[in-house]
Design a protein around this ligand. Structure first.
Ligand code: F6R
Length: 588
């Protein structure tokens, strides 16, 4: 997601704008740029990659007091310097967050008027259109008003005009934008945390309102260009609390975003029960290898069950740190899928490179746009989880599960299966709003727990168990239910929590038998199922909605994440930053 920061005032502008941009990093971006006024002219600097790359090019102590900056998350056109913002066309320079849906039509109109365009972006039509309208009205405010009447889509804009380098203009529709002030000047920003190092006084710009920021004041106008008064708000909190919203932890916030993440990921690839062209054609492959680490590897296990269930394609799933060193049996009809939230995990990247060296086609399933894995794979499919800050992955896992299930449908060519996603969002919301306290209460005092399940439920056990151990530091083991009696059952003591996941009706009775075996040895059984079974082999039951097997894991994971969260909270753990862990594991 793109981000905008601007500053005009009596302090040097660049340190403030760069500081704001760094705060916006959490939104994800692949390039950054800045425009600033110096010696009565406008300078633009842009760089691909991290803000540090831009920082190195800039003298932050530059004598400039007017600046707008941007982090770009590529939508139209590759992440490169030309496509990065700010964009200048004619007398106008613009930073933009959002998407202009009718940019092709506007571009055609402006080309006829003699304008030319350098970038592949939708954004570049905005400064050109402003310039065109300004050439008619000779008034910046009028040209902004006329321009936004023509723009369709969502936008938050920071604008500077060569004829008026003593003001920054801002306007929004759909995308958020705030205006803020400190003792020395005025800011615009995509969100509150980005300016909290300097001030906590801000106003929210409403749809189509135009802000005009000067060195000594800001004014807000409606679409009739009449000045309006808006109530200033005071943010009472830290940048961290601003980003967490009303949630106590990022992990909880991110779990609660899963309804949206599901919808965004699905809608990015599917429209009206058909795949969009965002999903490539994979017809030629008859063998699949799925590679990942940790949770991403567990998504691979879910993928294996689903792809093998709905196609005749055999799937090998392997942890990346093993795959990169072993002998792999693949040929030109094999597709190697690398799953990685961060797109930077060293072992996953090395496994991808190995497959590429062997000239095998590679597909990356990645969350972070522009990351190394996404850049190096032959195809990249992004999950639409948005930035994930808690170290333990939750919403990205769910998004990856949605996408791998869609790949199973794609490989099967059975588009009827796409109907199975219909009511999921409602079920996700219901699961998110349930109370998981009693399950956490039953677990949190123990030092050992077991998760058991078969087939796809076992893949969920792996992730549920990892979530519990990494956030609460309780030793937890996931087992294929039928294997328990071959040794591990000797660890079951009085009261040991055993969580059984049973959503596959074909083998539910088998897993129930295993739960009875542990119950007979005095385990504390938590039975998670989508079936209506009422017996006495469990101590607690958690009922999941009954949906098609294809989409069941998208729901099954939610209670497991929330139980892990509740247990970690009861044990007073550092939930968002568990000990010894890092969000992006870039070492072997
Ligand atoms: C667990 C977790 C890790 C990651 C693993 C791979 O909650 O987050 O197990 O899944 O380190 O990371 P990515 O997906 O970034 O390659």
């Amino acid at each position: 997601m793109c981000g905008i920061v601007g500053y005009i005032g009596t302090d040097k502008a660049l340190p403030k704008v760069l500081s704001g941009l760094k705060f916006l990093e959490y939104r994800g971006y692949d390039s950054a740029g800045i425009a600033f006024v110096k010696n009565k002219s406008l300078n633009i600097l842009k760089e691909v990659g991290r803000i540090e790359n831009l920082d190195k090019k800039i003298n932050a102590q530059e004598e400039t007091y007017v600046s707008i900056g941007h982090t770009r998350w590529a939508t139209h056109g590759k992440p490169n310097v030309i496509n990065s913002h700010p964009h200048k066309n004619g007398k106008f320079t613009v930073v933009h967050n959002g998407i202009i849906e009718n940019y092709v039509l506007i571009k055609e109109k402006l080309i006829k008027e003699g304008y030319s365009f350098l970038s592949e972006t939708d954004t570049e039509v905005i400064p050109a259109l402003l310039d065109y309208n300004y050439s008619i009205s000779k008034d910046i405010m009028v040209s902004i008003r006329d321009t936004i009447k023509e723009l369709e889509g969502s936008y938050a804009l920071g604008i500077i005009c060569d004829d008026d380098l003593k003001h920054i203009y801002a306007v929004r529709n759909g995308s958020p934008l705030i205006i803020a002030r400190d003792e020395k000047g005025y800011f615009l920003s995509s969100d509150v945390p980005a300016i909290l190092n300097f001030t906590n006084k801000y106003i929210l710009l409403d749809e189509s309102e135009i802000a005009k920021l000067s060195f000594d004041e800001y004014k807000i106008y409606d679409t009739n260009l009449d000045e309006i008064r808006k109530e200033e708000k005071i943010f009472d909190g830290t940048p961290d609390s601003a980003m967490k919203g009303n949630y106590e932890h990022y992990m909880l916030k991110e779990i609660h975003e899963e309804g949206k993440v599901f919808k965004d990921t699905l809608n990015y690839y599917v429209d009206n029960y058909k795949f969009k062209n965002t999903m490539p054609n994979f017809k030629k492959y008859n063998k699949i290898h799925i590679i990942g680490c940790g949770s991403a590897y567990y998504v691979g296990n879910i993928g294996k069950y689903l792809i093998e269930e709905y196609t005749n394609i055999p799937v090998l799933v392997e942890v990346a740190s093993e795959y990169r060193y072993k002998k792999n049996f693949y040929d030109k009809d094999t597709l190697v899928i690398v799953i990685s939230q961060s797109g930077e995990t060293a072992d996953s990247l090395a496994a991808l490179r190995k497959a590429k060296e062997d000239k095998i086609d590679t597909l990356a399933i990645v969350n972070v746009v522009g990351s190394s894995i996404s850049r190096e794979a032959d195809y990249t499919l992004y999950v639409k989880a948005g930035p994930e800050i808690a170290v333990a992955t939750t919403k990205a896992f769910l998004a990856q599960t949605v996408l791998i299930s869609l790949l199973a449908v794609k490989f099967s060519n059975n588009l009827n299966l796409l109907k199975e996603y219909d009511n999921l969002e409602k079920h996700i919301c219901n699961l998110l709003n349930n109370n998981y306290e009693k399950y956490a209460e039953a677990i949190y005092k123990h030092e050992d727990t077991f998760f058991i399940g078969r087939l796809i439920d076992y893949a969920l056990c792996l992730e549920g168990s990892l979530k519990l151990k990494e956030t609460s530091y309780i030793n937890s083991v996931a087992f294929q239910a039928g294997e328990l009696k071959h040794g591990t059952i000797s660890l079951i003591k009085d009261g040991t929590p055993v969580i059984g996941i049973c959503t596959d009706e074909n083998i539910i009775n088998k897993t129930i038998s295993n739960l009875k075996e542990v119950k007979a040895r005095n385990a504390y059984v938590i039975f998670i199922t989508n079936e209506d079974i009422d017996e006495d082999f469990y101590d607690l039951k958690l009922v999941l909605p009954k949906v098609h097997k294809l989409v069941m894991p998208i729901l099954s994971i939610i209670p497991l994440q929330l139980i892990a969260y509740e247990v970690a909270k009861k044990r007073g753990c550092d939930i968002d930053k568990p000990q010894n862990l890092a969000k992006s594991v870039t070492v072997e």
